[in-house]
Ligand binder design. Structure first.
Ligand SMILES: NC(=O)c1ccc[n+]([C@@H]2O[C@H](COP(=O)([O-])OP(=O)(O)OC[C@H]3O[C@@H](n4cnc5c(N)ncnc54)[C@H](OP(=O)(O)O)[C@@H]3O)[C@@H](O)[C@H]2O)c1
Length: 276
């Protein structure tokens, strides 16, 4: 396994195991530089969303990199308000325009909108986008098992990916096992607990044992679970150091010690109760 390693999705496309997240990266130079540094460091996968307001900076950095578009795996997401407003077509068109590309590698339904069963209704559009070639793979985000069960009853295309909050305090074992059984790739968001886990004593002890950072230990735990990681940073040296996860391995005992930290604690919104 190395930085070029990828997961083969149900769609038949390959998704690099490590990507750069850009949630809360400011539009403009901050996002532009983060994406530029990531591509220089060897990342070939960027995770953005219409709701992050920085698609244009992501697109500009990709174009300026000189790396052929087909070598970069680009994810964006369909925002909740667009689903509620039945505005999915215009939303994808706007994202593609902002990104300066005619397709995304992965388009995700950002949250399981409850109103009018938006989390199911939007899927029809997602399948259309996929058939048109504007979304090479389609998936979901923040879907729990019951959302997926409902979706699989009506879907012609099984989601390629489920992107959900997951980190050592919220290990998501049951949901991840369910996704694995269905062939749905599992992609943790806030893998570092949005930065809050980086001084945790157990993780620090394991990191010291390997001469690694806590961030690297958490990302390695994800890799060894078979997950796709999208840590966010706007700092060049952190973006680089978050790639250095392919040259060591956690023991079974260390994996278990990290699993033992699971206490169901979230750093973000709960998909059952979100209000945005
Ligand atoms: N689908 C969804 O609903 C959803 C929700 C949330 C996030 N996401 C996606 O998941 C990505 C990652 O999640 P996240 O951004 O919430 O949090 P995260 O990746 O868990 O943590 C990011 C935080 O950790 C810091 N950091 C990163 N690497 C570090 C290192 N090596 N050493 C020290 N600090 C480090 C960053 O600071 P600096 O930037 O200052 O370096 C930032 O404050 C997002 O960017 C987004 O793409 C998706």
């Amino acid at each position: 396994m190395d930085l070029t390693s990828a997961a083969r999705l149900l769609s038949g496309h390959d998704m690099p195991l490590l990507g750069l997240g850009v949630f809360r990266s400011k539009d403009g130079e901050e996002t532009y530089n983060a994406v530029k540094w990531a591509l220089e460091a060897g990342y070939r996968h960027i995770d953005t969303a219409a709701a992050y307001g920085n698609e244009a900076s992501v697109g500009r950095a990709i174009r300026d990199s000189g790396i052929p578009r087909e070598q970069i795996f680009l994810t964006t997401k369909l925002w909740n308000a667009e689903i509620r407003a039945h505005n999915e077509e215009a939303a994808l068109a706007k994202s593609l325009e902002n990104l300066g590309t005619d397709y995304v590698d992965l388009y995700l339904v950002h949250w399981p909108v409850r109103e009018e069963k938006g989390y199911l209704r939007a899927w029809e559009k997602m399948e259309k986008f996929h058939k048109e070639g504007r979304a090479r793979s389609i998936g979901v985000s923040n879907y729990h098992i019951h959302h997926l069960e409902d979706l699989l009853k009506i879907a012609s295309i099984v989601p390629a990916v489920n992107q959900v909050e997951c980190h050592p305090l919220l290990a998501q074992t049951e949901l991840a096992d369910y996704c694995a059984k269905k062939g749905i790739a599992f992609e943790p968001w806030s893998p570092l607990g949005a930065g809050k886990l980086l001084t945790h004593p157990v993780l620090t002890e394991i990191a010291n044992r390997h001469g690694k950072t806590v961030a690297q230990v958490i990302l390695r735990w994800d890799l060894q679970r078979g997950f796709i990681c999208i840590p966010k940073s706007v700092h060049k040296e952190r973006i680089q150091s978050n790639t250095e996860i392919f040259d060591f391995a956690l023991t079974a005992e260390e994996m278990e010690r990290i699993f033992a930290l699971d206490c169901g604690e979230r750093v973000g919104a709960d998909p059952e109760t979100f209000t945005f």
